[in-house]
Every structure is written in C-alpha cells, then in structure tokens.
Write a protein that binds this ligand. Structure first.
Ligand SMILES: CC(C)(COP(=O)(O)OP(=O)(O)OC[C@H]1O[C@@H](n2cnc3c(N)ncnc32)[C@H](O)[C@@H]1OP(=O)(O)O)[C@@H](O)C(=O)NCCC(=O)NCCS
Length: 170
C-alpha cells in the first residue's frame, strides 16, 4: 500500500539513497542532509510503499526581499524525488498535493519552486514574474514559479527570493 506520511528518523538513510539514485550527483542528497541537520526545513514527507521509501519531498523557508527592504516569508519546494523505476505513476503528484495541503493547513502563505515547467503548473503554480517575484540569477521565466496557499497572499510581495544557502551548491 502506498502512503504519504511525515518523514521519520529511521527513514534518513533511505531518503539519502533515493536522492543519490534520482539525481546525477550526490549534491541533492547532501543538501537535504545538511538542511535537516540544522533544522532548516518546514515539512518533509515520504512516499512509503509497503514500508519502503519510494519518494520524498522537502519544503524549506524562503524569504522574498522586497524593494522597501522588508521581508516576506514563504516556502520553497525543493528538492523532491521519486525512485526512478516508479516515476510517472503519480507518486510525485501525491507528494506535491499532500505537501501543499499540509502547508495550507499550517497557515503558510505561498510556495516557490524552481523546476520543470511542464510539471508544476498542474498543481496551480504560475510564473512568479506575474507577482514581480524574481530569482537571483537569470533563469527562464517559466521555470521559476509560485503558488498562493491563501488567496491574494502574494499581492504586493514583489522582490527577490532568497533560498537557504545549501541551494547555492545545487
Ligand atoms: C520530477 C519527479 C519528482 C516527478 O515524480 P513522478 O512520480 O514521476 O511524477 P508523476 O507521476 O506525479 O507525474 C508525471 C509527470 O511528471 C513529469 N515528469 C516526470 N519526470 C520528469 C522529468 N525527468 N522531467 C520533466 N518532467 C518529468 C511529466 O510531465 C509526467 O507527466 P506525463 O507522465 O503526463 O508525461 C520525478 O520524475 C523525479 O524524481 N525526477 C528526478 C528528480 C527531479 O527532477 N526532481 C525534481 C526537481 S527538484
């Protein structure tokens, strides 16, 4: 049976191996370990298939630095991975939807993602540029996206998104 549930301490080695297998380098696996070790995350969910970790999604704090020098708190979706043999069966979608619902219930305002332009719009993500939200380096408009968890949350929050420092190494 497939179940989406919060990560538990005993899942850590399996989550690490999952990222090693799903990405070309170990950078994502190491970034998740570092972020978790210093508590720099908001939500960590696994897809558990009959007791085996087959997917993972991680949400970390991000800030939007506004033109007036103030900051707006949001959530970054990254990274996520599904075991290569089990991709394209809807497991990633279950992880995203469960994560967004949990964050909404917890009262978070919005989620930011830098990722596949064909994937995230199905969950409601739109180019972040529509709110004047920018990424530090030049990336194609369609890969830098945002989603409001509370209606209107991003109105007037234009500025530069700052992810946790571990993401600079990815
Ligand atoms: C991206 C990923 C998490 C999606 O998980 P999944 O369980 O395969 O996703 P779902 O089954 O819910 O959705 C399938 C859709 O994902 C998209 N997708 C899956 N893998 C993709 C890839 N490598 N590149 C682009 N889109 C991809 C496709 O649009 C696919 O839709 P389709 O089957 O209609 O063509 C998974 O493919 C993965 O782990 N990829 C490698 C790591 C990665 O790129 N992570 C995301 C960046 S942090």
């Amino acid at each position: 049976m497939l179940q989406i549930r919060p990560e538990r301490p005993e899942d850590l080695p399996a989550v690490h191996s999952l990222y090693v297998r799903a990405f070309p380098t170990e950078a994502e696996a190491e970034a998740v370990d570092k972020l978790r070790a210093r508590g720099a995350y908001l939500l960590s969910l696994v897809a558990d298939f009959d007791g085996a970790v087959v997917g993972h999604i991680f949400f970390t704090p991000v800030t939007i630095e506004k033109e007036d020098g103030t900051f707006f708190d949001a959530v970054g979706l990254a990274p996520m991975a599904v075991q290569p043999e089990l991709q394209r069966r809807g497991i990633g979608s279950l992880l995203v939807r469960a994560g967004l619902e949990a964050l909404k219930q917890l009262g978070f305002a919005a989620v930011i993602v830098l990722g596949h332009a064909e994937y995230y719009p199905r969950f409601g993500f739109l180019p972040a540029s529509r709110w004047g939200i920018r990424y530090a380096t030049d990336v194609p408009d369609e890969v830098f996206m945002a989603l409001e968890l509370q209606p209107g949350a991003l109105s007037g929050q234009s500025g530069m998104v700052c992810f946790q420092e571990e993401f600079q190494e990815l």
